[in-house]
Structures are given as C-alpha cells and as structure tokens.
Design a protein around this ligand. Structure first.
Ligand code: AMP
Ligand code: TRP
Length: 343
C-alpha cells in the first residue's frame, strides 16, 4: 500500500466501530469485536449497526429490521451501557451516504481493485455483484471519518479496509488542501480473539456465511448446543504440546487453545502451561465449561432483549440523535470544502 504521511490531525481520540446487520453473531464476532468494545466503553465509543452495508447483498426488508435489532441487542447483551457508548443505526444518519459519495470521488479504482473481501464475496460471479459491494470499503471510510474517529477496534479481516480509510483520509486532506482535517484512523486489532477459526476447518475463519452450523458457536446457542459443537470440533489425536511453536502446524488445536485463552482472559501460553500433555478428551470438556460459563449470561440476556423490541428501539433512536449531532457539523464542513450548494 501507499506510504502514509504522519497524521497532522490534532483532534481528540475517538473510538468507533460497526457490525453488519446480516445474519446472527458468532463467537468470532464476540471475541474479535464485542468483547473489545466493552473493554473500551469508559472512553465513550461510537458503535453502530451497519444496515447500509448489509444491503450490498440482498436482504429481505422485514429481516433487515430484525437483524438490526439483533445486533443492537448483542451490543447491549455483551455488556455495553448505552449511556457510555453511542449505539446507533447507520441508516439513521444519512450523512454516511453523503460522505460516501464524496469519497467515491476521492478513492481510486486501483485502490478498490486490491480489496480481497470483494474478491471473496463476489466469487466467480463478479459481473453480478452489486456496485455497492464493490464500493463497500468507501462507505466504511465514510462511517469512520464522519465522526473523525481515530481508533477502530476490529478483527484481523478488516485490516485492509482500515488501510483504505487512511488512504482516503490522506488523499482528501491533500486534495482539499486541509492538512489534518481528517485523522488517519488506526485499526485496533491486537489481543486474543482477533482471528477465530472455524470449528470444522482451522484454515477458514469462523463466519456466519459458512453453510455448516457446526463450524461456529452462535451467540444465540444454548449451553447444550455450545457443548455439543465443541465436542464435535475437528482436532487431531496428539496431546497438547508445551510451546506455541509446536502448535503452528496444528491449526484446529491452535484455534481451540486461542478460544480458551480469549474467553478466560489468559494468554495462549498460560493455557498450554496448564494443559500440556493432555489430549482433547480432557481439553474439550474444560473448554466447553469455560465457554458456557462465559457465554451463558450473554446469550440469556440476548434472548431476553430480543423480546423487548421497544427497549432496543429506544436505544437506537437516542443513539441516532447523538450520532447526528456529531456527524452533521462535519458533513457541513465537507460540503463547504468541496463547493457544494449551501442551502
Ligand atoms: P462482521 O460480522 O463481518 O460485520 O464482523 C463484525 C466484527 O467481527 C468485525 O470487527 C470483524 O473483524 C469481527 N470478526 C468477524 N469474524 C471474526 C472471526 N472469525 N474472528 C475474529 N473476529 C471476527
Ligand atoms: N466491514 C465491517 C465488517 O464486516 C463492518 C463495518 C462497517 C465497520 N463499517 C465499519 C467496522 C466502520 C469498523 C468501522 O466487519
């Protein structure tokens, strides 16, 4: 990617992230995203439900309404306090789309051509993918920069999109001769859980689009389902080794160790120190216990909230209002910089 200038941005730190409103959430989302958001909530993060991104592939309108609530409920069930975090629907702030248009004219085709997520999602049938799927990362840059966000907690898979957001911010600042107008946002990826793999194939990430439900632990799974999926997870016949180095060639074993570590707030090394020499007959029940203990309160609260749609919608309405109060003045400035009509 291109060389970045050091950021001239002098504004305050702002944390922002989003999760797409398509399908239900799984353990990868929980450990790679939600758990990190909760850890940062004293810093008043902006967290949204990316329903505009969701329609880059077809969504039934009624289901989109439910999925938006589902993600908002997951934010709350994971432990986010809507007084501290601003939780809002992306489509409740029209400036996301407005800024995305400007950025469509800032970003270059060559930059988007490099995006691996588009290649994965469009598959062999690129001609039939929506134009929105192609410009998806441009809308993501608008999501971030509309709030002048400086720090973006995401899973490993979003690194390339964050690079693009930096390129767009840098290019916009130069094009409009406004050094430091937009920050160059940093991805916050480190930490356990940044890349949780499928329970059935250690070379693929855990994903909501995997056809096998046994490949993932959903946030709506109950204790029995969680235990059953861990029991059926793919492993190998070897006992756990002493060092991480020896796990390198055993992706499924490594993944289960990482999940154990991320859930229990320990390092992979600490988990190995305890279980080295033991086989999966012993490790899997221990992992199931940790997983159930940790996830049961979250899944129970999620199920409760899903029946309280009024409560969820109130959080989203209030969040949208708070988000617009930040977004509108930034967009007004952009409109003036670009030379748009001043009504
Ligand atoms: P998505 O559901 O694709 O919108 O992802 C929401 C968040 O979860 C993003 O920050 C992703 O990077 C993160 N995420 C998704 N899948 C995984 C995974 N298998 N491991 C870790 N993080 C993930
Ligand atoms: N593309 C992200 C994902 O699939 C979701 C997302 C949309 C996002 N806009 C964002 C994440 C802005 C961080 C910041 O996970």
């Amino acid at each position: 990617m291109s060389q970045h200038e050091k950021s001239d941005y002098r504004g305050p730190k702002r944390i922002l992230s989003g999760i797409q409103a398509s399908g239900s959430l799984h353990l990868g989302n929980y450990l790679g995203a939600l758990k990190k958001f909760v850890a940062m909530q004293e810093e008043n993060p902006f967290l949204f439900v990316a329903d505009m991104h969701a329609i880059t592939v077809w969504q039934d309108p009624k289901q989109l309404v439910e999925q938006r609530r589902g993600i908002a409920a997951a934010y709350l069930a994971a432990g986010l306090d809507p007084k501290k975090a601003t939780i809002f629907p992306q489509s409740g702030v029209p400036q996301h789309a407005e800024l995305a248009w400007v950025f469509n004219c800032t970003a270059r085709l060559g930059w988007l051509d490099r995006m691996t997520q588009f290649k994965e999602k469009s598959g062999d049938n690129k001609e039939r993918a929506s134009v929105g799927l192609y410009t998806y990362p441009v809308l993501q840059a608008a999501d971030i920069l509309l709030y002048k966000a400086t720090d973006v907690p995401v899973g490993e898979d979003q690194k390339q999109h964050l690079e693009l957001s930096r390129d767009i911010a840098d290019r916009f600042n130069r094009d409009y001769d406004a050094p430091g107008f937009f920050p160059l946002p940093e991805p916050l990826i480190q930490g356990p859980g940044a890349r949780i793999m499928s329970l059935k194939d250690g070379s693929k990430k855990m994903s909501k689009s995997d056809p096998s439900d046994l490949s993932r632990i959903n946030l709506t799974d109950d204790a029995d389902a969680i235990a059953r999926k861990i029991k059926k997870a793919k492993t190998d016949p070897e006992p756990l080794p002493d060092t991480l180095e020896e796990l390198k060639a055993r992706p499924e074993a490594k993944n289960l160790v990482s999940i154990f570590a991320a859930l229990s707030g320990r390092s992979d090394e600490a988990v190995l120190a305890e279980y080295a020499g033991q086989g999966f007959g012993a490790f899997k029940p221990a992992l199931a216990e940790v997983a159930v203990e940790h996830l049961a309160p979250v899944t129970a609260e999620l199920r409760r909230l899903l029946t309280e749609t009024g409560e969820i919608d109130r959080v989203l309405t209030d969040g949208a209002e708070r988000a617009r109060a930040v977004a509108e003045p930034v967009m007004d400035e952009v409109r003036a910089m670009v030379g748009f009509w001043k009504g």
